[in-house]
Design a protein around this ligand. Structure first.
Ligand code: NAI
Length: 340
């Protein structure tokens, strides 16, 4: 690959980590520390090449700066990746070596679990460094991510449909995992009707019996007649193909990187669909993890997560006023906070 073609986008520091004994090959990217030490998870993935790993870590760490800034957290953005198969290549030594590498960075970057890593892996990191969060002692951050999505959806409904209640609204929800199921539970309790898709039959059955959800195939979820589309499984589900099919007025879901390309934000606006930018609406989990790491009162986490609704309301109003996409406006809100 060509070094100059990589999008470093003002990253402060990118460190390659290599340790022969454990076989660790990884990259730590510190995007921005203006607001505080960089925080973001460690992803383990069988990348096709080193270039793919670099691209991923650069993109993800930049994303964390925006997410953390817009959530009003006193932390910057960073991320790390380990190149390897999370199913077959994990050893305690691998994560201990990562911990030693974090220690050498002296707190500029704090890691946590992410795709391919778990609280158990982070416990090995923690034997070598204190610069690790989300160790799982006080549980899973997903319920807070779900709460953020719910208050975000409420803000979107108020703005777009001029309604204070979810009663009778139809939500097409994709992915009944840790976040999606809890979000679905809240929507159901608020009187919304659920149409759901997942590849996990047990999760579908549970949603049908517990939440009265209607089940559709993973492909048909884009075609259903609904008020809200809630992507809670995969990234890049908002693309020109799905845009032609979606019949909703609002997109409000937890998945990371929902826009396949940046211009899709504007296409959604032109289509009259209100998009709750992913990195704003799904910040509940990082808020929870950050409070835990900084020893801030856990009792204050919920109020902070609920502020996601207010932030989104501001983003929606400004996007309307300026005739621009919500995603671009949300980027600017973040930049106003972290750029010096
Ligand atoms: P999860 O792995 O628990 O759940 C994902 C669900 O999607 C599973 O039930 C899976 O069977 C389903 N799924 C997979 N492929 C599918 C398909 N083609 N169609 C429909 N369903 C499919 O993950 P989790 O933790 O619930 O996260 C969901 C999304 O939210 C991810 O994109 C994640 O990056 C994002 N996110 C999660 C946070 C958290 O606190 N867990 C925080 C911020 C973002």
């Amino acid at each position: 690959f060509i070094f100059n073609e990589l999008n470093f986008d003002n990253h402060e520091q990118v460190v390659f980590v290599s340790e022969a004994k454990s076989g660790l090959k990884g990259i730590i990217a510190v995007h921005n520390t203006n607001l505080g030490p960089a925080m973001g998870g460690c992803r383990m993935w069988n990348y096709a090449s080193e270039a793919h790993a670099i691209n991923d870590v650069l993109r993800l760490s930049r994303g964390m700066t925006y997410k953390n800034a817009v959530a009003g957290l006193p932390i910057g953005g960073g991320k790390s990746v380990i190149i390897g198969n999370p199913k077959t290549d994990k050893t305690p030594a691998l994560f201990e070596a990562l911990g030693e590498a974090l220690e050498r960075l002296a707190g500029r970057y704090i890691t946590a679990e992410d795709v391919g890593t778990s609280p158990a892996d982070m416990a090995y990191v923690a034997t070598k460094t204190g610069y690790v969060a989300g160790l799982g002692d006080s549980g899973d951050p997903s319920p807070f991510t779900a709460l953020g999505c719910f208050v975000g959806a409420q803000a979107a409904v108020k703005h777009q449909l001029k309604r204070d209640s979810m009663e009778g609204l139809v939500v097409a929800l994709q992915g009944l995992g840790h976040v999606g199921y809890d979000y679905a539970r809240r929507l159901h309790a608020a009187g919304a009707k659920l149409i759901v898709a997942d590849i996990d039959e047990a999760a579908l059955e549970r949603a049908r019996t517990e939440l009265g959800a209607e089940i559709v195939s993973t492909s048909a979820i884009y075609d259903v007649q609904a008020d809200i589309y809630a992507p809670c499984a995969l990234g890049a589900t908002l693309n020109p193909d799905t845009l032609d099919r979606l019949k909703v007025k609002i997109v409000a879901g937890a998945a990371n990187n929902q826009l396949a390309t940046a211009d899709v934000g504007d296409l959604l606006r032109q289509k009259g669909v209100l998009y709750a930018p992913d990195f704003v609406i799904n910040a509940g989990g990082i808020i929870k993890v950050c409070y835990e790491y900084l020893n801030k009162p856990q009792a204050d986490v919920e109020a902070h997560v609920r502020e996601i609704g207010d932030t989104l309301a501001e983003v929606f109003t400004r996007a309307d006023r300026e005739g621009r996409s919500t995603s671009v406006v949300a980027d600017e809100v973040a930049e106003a906070r972290f750029k010096r």
